[in-house]
Design a protein around this ligand. Structure first.
Ligand SMILES: Cc1cc2nc3c(=O)[nH]c(=O)nc-3n(C[C@H](O)[C@H](O)[C@H](O)COP(=O)(O)O)c2cc1C
Length: 326
């Protein structure tokens, strides 16, 4: 069975790619993911807040040395081993690159146009095969859709002006007109989109009235939103489509591919069942494809997208009405 796929111009041996998560913080775990069959690896994110905090701290430290101590400066040199969050990220990226044969995608996660994405160049120099840009921001009531979308476009343009490697944008589903916006991202230079970010709504504690973070891992039904939008976008945009969210087994992976995704990202299922589940998913996929007489992933990719669907309206409002009436 030929499971090869092309994502962001990278040739991958199959469409299963672990998405950004703490699993890439540990080299042994990363090797286990590769051994189990992962075709590429997305690293945990380097956060804008961490980069900016480190920069501020460093500037503060330099100013303190400059202003406060005159000729005593030499007694307070910056320690040669002082490492910023960025340095640590770059080190881990280099370590992953030298331990693994599969492509490594570095992840930048932020919300503002302050120029933090210029660090993308260092990630490229450290060996990243591609970059995933995760813009996770909650619009203020003053922000029009145009302002919000413009922010994404500007951040993407800034990043693209600093790197040559492919850039994909991880999006939330909350856009006024997702298809139009994805086309704008493509025009601004995006090589792909990853659909969709999961938002983590904070919980309220009724005893303390505190707002507290909470993490619920995804459920397979969440993959339907991803499948729906990938099916609607495939063949209408030119960039690579990746699915993330609720992909827990071969069934979801196959549906994403049939809808038009080039890769299916997995995260929760790896946290719950360990890296080796990748081998199981690949085996189940292959079995289904053999039964249905497919020869390759390329052959099935996009064959049930909206454009190719037996009933294209089923991907539209008609599905909604049928569902309610059923
Ligand atoms: C513990 C944990 C850490 C994550 N860290 C990141 C991150 O650093 N950057 C990012 O873009 N997504 C991060 N994600 C989101 C995942 O990459 C993925 O998109 C999301 O969990 C949906 O996929 P799933 O349903 O397979 O879990 C994280 C998810 C979890 C559960």
């Amino acid at each position: 069975m030929n499971l090869e796929t092309t994502y962001l111009g990278l040739k991958l041996k199959n469409p299963l790619v672990p998405s950004a998560s703490p699993l890439s913080r540990d080299l042994d775990t990363a090797r286990r993911l590769e051994d189990a069959g992962a075709a590429a690896l997305v690293m945990y994110s380097l956060f804008e807040e961490d980069v900016l905090a480190e920069e501020e701290q460093l500037t503060g430290l330099m100013d303190f040395q400059d202003l406060g101590h005159g000729e005593a400066d030499t007694y307070l040199p910056l320690h040669p081993d002082y490492k910023t969050g960025l340095d640590e990220y770059l080190e881990q990226l280099q370590a992953l690159k030298s331990s693994l044969d599969i492509p490594v995608v570095a992840s930048l996660n932020g919300a503002t146009e302050s120029g933090w994405v210029e660090h993308g160049r260092e990630l490229e120099q450290a060996g990243a095969d591609a970059l995933e840009l995760n813009v996770y921001s909650l619009p203020a009531v003053e922000d029009s859709a145009e302002v919000v979308e413009g922010r994404y476009i500007n951040i993407l343009r800034q990043l693209k002006s600093h790197v040559q490697i492919p850039v994909t944008v991880k999006l939330s589903p909350y856009f006024t007109s997702l298809g139009y916006f994805v086309r704008q991202l493509e025009t601004a230079g995006a090589d792909g989109v990853v659909l969709f970010n999961r938002f983590y709504q904070p919980e309220m504690n009724l005893d303390t009235l505190d707002v507290e973070p909470q993490l619920h891992l995804s459920q397979p039904y969440e993959s339907l939103l991803r499948m729906h939008w990938i099916a609607r976008l495939y063949d209408k945009v030119g960039l690579s489509l990746a699915a993330t969210g609720g992909i827990h087994g071969a069934q979801q992976v196959l549906k994403m591919l049939l809808a038009g995704a080039s890769v299916a990202h997995v995260c929760a299922v790896l946290l719950q069942r360990g890296p080796e589940v990748i081998g199981e998913i690949l085996q189940d996929m292959t079995q289904w494809m053999e039964e249905k007489e497919y020869e390759s992933v390329n052959q099935l990719m996009g064959s049930a997208c909206q454009v190719n669907a037996i009933d294209p309206e089923a991907w539209d409002r008609m599905n909604y009405i049928k569902t309610l009436r059923s």
